[in-house]
Design a protein around this ligand. Structure first.
Ligand code: ADP
Length: 399
């Protein structure tokens, strides 16, 4: 069985999954886990396989050591790299800038190009590079493939991709909309035409990826024509801890009048805002529990979130002109019945009609939740970015 190892590297962590790319999307991966606190005095490796969870604690100086510890642990459980056939490694890379529209096999030249993009993603790309280098050191004979979070949005038309700021400054500093969560938007939007019985070449759709980070995209006949995240993942709809779109003047005000530094404002808007900034929690399960207690901050956070979401959906309906499907995915989108109901409430005049019973069913796979008479089909399609990356990795490795 040809397997792919999928890696998602952060600066001090590494998430991994060992996946059979031909498996059904509902199957759990063969193994998954996390390397934590890389470079710190104490670290830990967690492996989940066969319904069990194993943890090893030890200092982990770098990503390569972390990965070799993962392999040792996998070997103990019969799924080490010499016991199974890993045919490709897929790496999630956050920023592909204007250089990458498609996944690529990683070479020295490609790695240098990813390095050139560091100014656009100063926190993420360096961590991705370290993870790639570590994995290539440990698995030198297997093709490594980079899959970019921005890739699917390479097709954005200029009117959607460019900001109305000084063109010279924008061009000199790469200021434009890149979009993120592209692997998820692509994976989900590709499934929709078959689910609603339409030709993919004639399907106009909106995808709402609502996780802790969240983004919406408008997809016209398979190509993204707009998306809510921007030059950075801070833009767009309200998220768990990120503000989403705000008046940019707020940043100047907080700096000049409130005396906050740029780093403090960065942290405020990325980590202490959004649903958490209003209610104190970012997990929608906790938010729901607070709403049930009639907590007014939780209600306010929810109402702001929904108001924003509806505005984006509305604007993409106009951008697309005709909408065949609106799809919800990711942690909140797949599981929160009320968010879906509130997002599309009272829109019958636009041909959108959710069926409350279908909406309330558990999330066991892709499904339609609109009524049979709803002109716009509403769906829940579970995302699986790791599986999408695994499929790309094995496909490119075989070319
Ligand atoms: P990310 O990849 O951005 O961390 P996920 O797509 O995994 O996000 O979504 C995580 C979020 O999904 C959680 O913070 C929580 O708000 C929400 N979530 C997960 N399960 C449920 C559930 N059963 N009901 C409502 N919200 C849920």
């Amino acid at each position: 069985m040809a397997l792919a190892l999928v890696l998602n590297s952060g600066s001090s962590s590494l998430k991994f999954q060992l996946i059979d790319p031909s498996a059904d999307a509902t199957q759990p991966p063969l193994a998954s886990g996390l390397v934590e606190q890389i470079g710190e005095p104490s670290g830990a490796v967690t492996l989940k396989t066969g319904g069990e969870k194993y943890t090893v604690s030890a200092p982990i100086p770098d990503h390569a050591v972390g990965l070799s510890m993962v392999f040792d642990l996998m070997t103990e459980h019969g799924i080490g790299p010499s016991q199974v056939e890993i045919t490709a490694v897929g790496h999630r890379v956050v920023h592909g800038g204007l250089l990458f529209s498609q996944p690529v096999v990683i070479t020295d030249e490609i790695l240098n190009m990813v390095r050139d993009l560091i100014p656009l993603a100063p926190l993420h790309n360096p961590a991705n590079i370290v993870g790639i280098e570590g994995a290539m050191e440990i698995l030198p004979d297997v093709p490594h493939v980079a899959v970019f979070d921005t890739g699917f949005f390479h097709s954005l038309p200029p009117a959607a991709a460019l900001y109305a700021i000084n063109a010279e400054v924008a061009a000199a500093h790469g200021v434009r909309r890149y979009g993120f969560h592209g692997t998820s938007h692509e994976y989900v939007s590709q499934q929709v035409p078959a689910l609603i019985g339409r030709d993919p070449e004639h399907t106009r759709q909106i995808v709402c990826h609502l996780g802790n980070g969240a983004s919406i995209s408008a997809v016209h006949n398979g190509k993204a024509i707009d998306t809510s995240m921007g030059m950075t993942p801070l833009a767009g709809i309200v998220m768990g801890t990120r503000s989403g779109d705000i008046d940019p003047g707020i940043v100047f005000h907080l700096h000049r009048s409130a005396g906050m530094s740029i780093d403090e404002i960065d942290t405020l808007l990325n980590k202490k805002s959004g649903v958490k900034g209003i209610s104190g929690v970012n997990d929608f399960r906790e938010l729901r529990a607070m709403i049930e207690q009639d907590n007014q901050d939780a209600w306010l956070a929810y109402n702001i979130y929904i108001h924003n979401l509806r505005k984006y959906i509305g604007s993409y309906m106009i951008a697309l002109g005709r909408v065949d499907a609106i799809t919800f995915t990711a942690g909140v989108g797949e599981n929160d019945v009320d968010v879906r109901a509130s997002a599309l409430q009272d829109l019958e005049v636009f041909g959108i009609e959710i069926d409350p019973e279908r909406n309330a069913l558990p999330n066991t796979g892709p499904r339609i939740i609109s009524t049979d008479s709803s002109k716009v089909k509403v769906l829940v399609v579970p995302t699986n970015e790791e599986l999408a990356i695994a499929r790309y990795a094995v496909q490119l490795a075989g070319e």
